[in-house]
Ligand binder design. Structure first.
Ligand code: 6PG
Length: 250
């Protein structure tokens, strides 16, 4: 895979979606345990993280999370009301956050603003306030963990191939007026500089529907999902059904 951070890239294959959620949860727990202070976790939308979120809500997992010092963010949002079934943070809230996380530790992207650009500016300010600076310092990552998924066109968060948001170098969050894939609603997305500022970026890809795009990703094609690279460690957790033929048995 093409990368300027090849040494810190890892492809981990697991048997199925249950093993994948277990492995993701364990990695998150390890990152939380490694930080004695305030922890920042950036969640993702779509269907890929749902099993993980359900797992985090189980007694076995939730009892291991120091809820008072873990903060939860979201990497991209669909510009729909907070209670709309399509809202990414809304899904995470319903599945586990609202039950266990203090309200002040949940940081949704606002969608009650005039437009996605205004929502982006507000979220950028919120992130900068949390971080305590307006410029990212590579020695001090913004997030402990950034969860990611990959779409059929190679997008990740709401960074779509060929869209200007992909080339953003200054803004931490931008509005995306039109999506490239369903659901066709405007989006708000963190940019590569913000997403990449993390100790660990964790992609989850499960099921045979992901095999075609994973073949392209693992061949090193220039796709948003390949340009998202942690300043620390980047891990792709892939289950057997999603793994391309030429990676089987390795
Ligand atoms: C979104 C997501 C998006 C998602 C991929 C994969 O808002 O849609 O954040 O980037 O992670 O599209 O989606 P699935 O997990 O549903 O396949």
């Amino acid at each position: 895979m093409a990368s300027d951070n090849q040494a810190n890239f890892e492809l981990i294959t697991v048997s199925d979606s249950v093993a994948l959620a277990n492995s993701a949860a364990e990695r998150i727990m390890t990152r939380i345990a490694a930080n004695r202070g305030r922890v920042a976790i950036c969640l993702t939308g779509g269907s890929s993280p749902r099993q993980l979120y359900q797992l985090l809500a189980t007694d076995a997992c939730r009892s291991r999370i120091p809820w008072d010092r873990v903060h939860w963010f979201i990497g991209d949002e669909r510009f729909v009301p907070a209670n709309d079934p399509l809202n990414n943070m809304g899904a995470a809230r319903r599945i586990f956050l609202d039950r266990y996380a203090p309200a002040g530790n949940i940081h949704p992207i606002p969608t009650d603003t005039a437009d996605p650009q205004q929502a982006a500016s507000r979220y950028e300010r919120e992130l900068q306030l949390f971080y305590g600076a307006n410029a990212l310092d590579s020695a001090r990552p913004l997030f402990d963990v950034v969860l990611m998924g990959v779409g059929p066109d190679g997008h990740t968060a709401s960074l779509f191939p060929g869209y200007p948001a992909m080339e953003e170098t200054k803004r931490w969050v931008v509005g995306v007026p039109e999506a490239h894939v369903e659901p066709f609603v405007p989006r708000v997305t963190l940019t590569l500089p913000a997403l990449n500022s993390c100790r660990e970026m964790l992609f989850e890809a499960s099921g045979s529907d992901k095999r075609a795009i994973l073949t392209r990703v693992l061949a090193g094609e220039n796709l948003p999902a390949n340009r998202a690279r942690s300043s620390g460690e980047t891990v792709w957790l892939v289950d057997a059904a999603a793994l391309p033929e030429n990676f089987r048995g390795r």
